[in-house]
Design a protein around this ligand. Structure first.
Ligand code: 1HN
Length: 356
């Protein structure tokens, strides 16, 4: 169906007014807008945020706004395609860079959106999640899933900065976003990390399993990095050297809505990724990477972050010929799979999910 549909202007003004007075709207003038041919309309624009830009402005926020006046001292990485006021990186993803200064405490709360933190810089901070005190070291991924109490503290000497990734825009859109404040948590040492210390071996179900939805809360960078290097060394022809952060008891995605991965680009490697339905965030942990889509290319330095809309074929290139690049990837794939709209395209051919 490519025929032109009737426009609102084609209708008598008094008819449109009569509809509007009764909270009624004709569909056909807007049908192509909400259901465009072949490819969805995306407000998400390819956007690059450099750490060189963010860091001084975030440190300035540390001077301007005490933690008591901020609760969470964050500069939001807002996608201009959604308008900055919406504070979204994509339709479902929120990104923020958070600063905690030595001695500061970001009080305990819990909320409906799911969050993770990817530690960018600094030592001595911790996040306590449901009483489990998780040290924050560079490259660590720490989960604070929906409903779990969490607070941040800092016993070190220098500022600590991390990247927050939340499904806040989705929760807000669904009108389910709210929080509860709590008292400082009593802490116990990292239970999850002692139980799930090695991949491939997990406590036996009848004896040792927690049965918790989130048995592992901290994924140390040293382990993810070692897994990537081992994978790359063992499979020299493997192009997509990537690991996914999962629930070690079930193998399912670590959280319900957003997916989290760590990717290694070999020295000099260029990796062509097909167009997929979810929007994707790339954040460089180590090294440098060029991220290119049809319309744009970004050179990412360490701690730089970019967002690429869904349905956009993307090429990732290591900027170095001598050292690997390590990239943290967050995407909307668990959500898309649950909704049944997950799609990988070859060329620009739609591959809409169907019955067959
Ligand atoms: C939140 O709870 C944190 O706990 C950071 O560090 C950023 C943005 C929106 C809503 C909740 C945190 C957040 C947030």
């Amino acid at each position: 169906m490519t025929n032109e549909l009737g426009r609102l202007e084609d209708l008598p003004a008094d008819y449109v007014a009569a509809l509007r007075e009764r909270n009624l709207v004709p569909l056909w003038p807007s049908l192509r807008g909400v259901l465009p041919p072949r490819q969805p309309t995306r407000q998400t624009r390819p956007t690059h945020w450099t750490y060189a830009d963010i860091k001084p402005l975030l440190l300035k926020a540390g001077e301007l706004t005490p933690i008591e006046k901020a609760e969470r001292r964050v500069l939001v990485l807002a996608n201009p395609g959604h308008t900055l006021e919406k504070m979204q990186a994509s339709s479902a993803m929120y990104l923020g860079m958070q600063l905690l200064l030595p001695g500061e405490w970001a009080p305990s709360h819990r909320h409906t959106p799911n969050a993770v933190r990817m530690v960018v810089e600094g030592e001595g901070a911790w996040t306590t999640v449901e009483g489990e005190k998780c040290p924050m070291e560079r490259g660590d991924l720490i989960l604070t899933p929906t409903g779990l109490w969490h607070e941040h503290g800092h016993d070190g000497a220098d500022p600590v900065i991390w990247l927050d990734v939340l499904d806040l825009p989705l929760a807000y859109y669904l009108e389910v976003s709210y929080h509860l404040n709590g008292a400082r948590q009593d802490t116990k040492p990292g239970e999850g990390q002692r139980n799930y210390a090695r991949a491939g071996v997990v406590p036996t179900p009848v004896f040792g399993r927690s049965g918790r939805r989130y048995p592992l809360l901290r994924y140390p960078w040293a382990d993810a990095r070692a897994a990537l290097q081992s994978l790359a060394a063992n499979q020299p022809d493997l192009a997509h050297v990537q690991v996914t952060y999962v629930n070690p008891e079930t193998g399912e995605d670590a959280e319900n809505i957003l997916g989290f991965h760590a990717l290694m680009l070999r020295p000099g490697q260029t990796l062509a990724l097909p167009a997929r339905s979810p929007a994707v965030v790339y954040h460089v942990i180590e090294g440098g990477a060029r991220v290119t889509t049809e319309s744009q290319g970004f050179d990412l330095a360490p701690a730089d972050t970019c967002c690429i809309p869904g349905y956009a074929a993307t090429t990732l290139s290591n900027l170095s010929d001598t050292v690997p690049a390590f990239v943290f990837v967050a995407d909307e794939s668990p959500l898309h799979r649950k909704l049944g709209v997950y799609e990988v395209r070859s060329g620009d051919q739609p591959s809409m999910p169907s019955q067959s």
